[in-house]
Design a protein around this ligand. Structure first.
Ligand SMILES: [Zn+2]
Ligand SMILES: [Zn+2]
Length: 413
């Protein structure tokens, strides 16, 4: 397996004359590189003689400086690069043009204003810093996922997966996007901060689309705290309140009958209903789906870098569409992102989702029916002390499942 190598930090001005493309001994010069045959894939053998393929556009990890094969190396310590071009002098003398992914510490050497302390252990910054390294430096593939903090459909990022949310440009030393805080505390999001109060809750309202630290907004007092059902009555993409077709007849007739009627409705009634009007409709939907949709969207610490946002958004979209169109959300699982259950907080599928009909969500001042309470998805067996313990724990301040209030729009987060 590969030997370690020196790594360039920030590229200095080139000296005139024959300059090697990389810092390693024998690295080809630009002139030589131009005449070398080009390949798409190269192979590196490990200690057991197993071949591993590396191809153009793959993201790969490289042994850190002064580390040898056989050393104990934590995954997050590896260097990460993107393979751009592969050329060879011979079968055993293969050279690879790469672009480095900077560690947060590398980034501060480029741009002194960058604060690496808010970056996670597996975080890197994509850069346009090129280098030329021998194929012997390669240790394995290292898919680094792009993390777009504003994307509601962001794919999940595992606890030991590399990711990047910033791009470093070595020409003008800029870092894009500029790190910016979303919470009232003006602190940047640190995905590796495992403190329970550092978990961040998302307000999906288009006018907000911000994450807030649980600890920063948990104590903000409110007269009418939002409830779980309020998560379900707002379109997560548009922020609009859900409207029901044929709402007048909905509360009086069994769900099945109403749904048949509504499917033939040509002119939907656009009255904004009270939360209680949704009771028979929600009760007819798959309890697991309703539970997933009724979760707060949270990220950070044990909840993962990107948290459960994509899963909950997908569930809310499906619930909203089912309520709007009068369907039973058939085939809802297919509309959930792959592996979504792994992104949900521990115990989410064992809790009783109590949907209390309190205040109507949204505008228009619709008066709800007072004191309407109903439970959904109480199908999970009581499970004795374990479940009770979990429920008791939920009441603590650090409960990531508790519903909080957005400090800007007042909506549920
Ligand atoms: Zn905060
Ligand atoms: Zn908000």
């Amino acid at each position: 397996m590969p030997k370690s190598r020196s790594r360039l930090t920030i590229k200095k001005k080139s000296k005139k004359g024959r300059v090697a493309l990389g810092r390693e001994k024998n690295a080809p010069t630009a002139e030589e590189w131009a005449g070398m045959p080009q390949y798409y894939t190269f192979q590196v053998e490990d200690e057991d003689g197993m071949g591993h393929d590396f191809s153009v556009n793959d993201l790969a990890r490289i042994l850190p400086h002064k580390r040898e094969v056989g050393d104990v190396i934590e995954t997050h310590e590896y260097w990460v690069c993107k393979i751009v071009d592969v050329r060879a002098r011979s079968d055993t003398d293969v050279w690879v043009s790469i672009e480095w992914f900077y560690s947060p510490q590398d980034a501060i050497e480029l741009n002194k204003e960058f604060d690496p302390s808010h970056c996670g252990k597996y975080e890197r910054l994509k850069s346009n810093h090129t280098d030329c390294v021998s194929s012997h430096c390669f240790d394995g593939l290292a898919p680094a996922k792009q993390y777009d903090e504003t994307n509601l459909d962001q794919e999940s990022i595992g606890g030991e997966e590399f990711y990047y949310r910033y791009t470093a440009n070595i020409s003008d030393k800029s870092i894009f996007p500029t790190p910016s805080a979303s919470c009232v505390c003006d602190c940047l999001y640190n995905p590796s901060d495992v403190a329970p109060n550092s978990v961040m809750h998302l307000c999906p309202q288009p006018g907000c689309r911000k994450y807030y630290h649980r600890g920063c907004i948990a104590s903000m007092s409110t007269k009418n705290p939002p409830e779980r059902i309020h998560f379900l009555l707002t379109d997560p993409d548009t922020g609009a309140s859900i409207q029901l077709p044929l709402i007048e007849s909905a509360s009086a007739e069994p769900a099945k009958k109403r749904r048949r009627a509504s499917s033939h409705a040509s002119v939907p009634n656009t009255t904004i209903p009270s939360p209680a009007a949704f009771r028979p409709l929600l009760a007819a939907l798959p309890p697991v789906l309703v539970r997933a949709a009724a979760q707060p969207m949270v990220r950070g610490g044990v909840l993962g870098v990107a948290g459960n946002t994509a899963a909950v958004v997908a569930a809310r979209r499906t619930v909203c569409a089912a309520l709007r169109d009068g369907t039973f959300a058939e085939g809802w699982e297919k509309r959930m992102p792959e592996g979504w259950e792994q992104t949900m907080p521990e115990g989410w599928d064992a809790e009783d989702v109590l949907l209390v009909g309190g205040t109507a969500v949204g505008e228009n001042g619709v008066k709800p029916e007072p004191g309407v309470k109903f439970e959904l998805g109480v199908s999970v067996s009581a499970g004795g002390g374990k479940r009770k313990g979990a429920k008791g724990k939920r009441k603590t301040e650090a409960d990531p499942m508790a519903v909080l209030q957005c400090p800007e729009c007042g909506g549920p987060v």
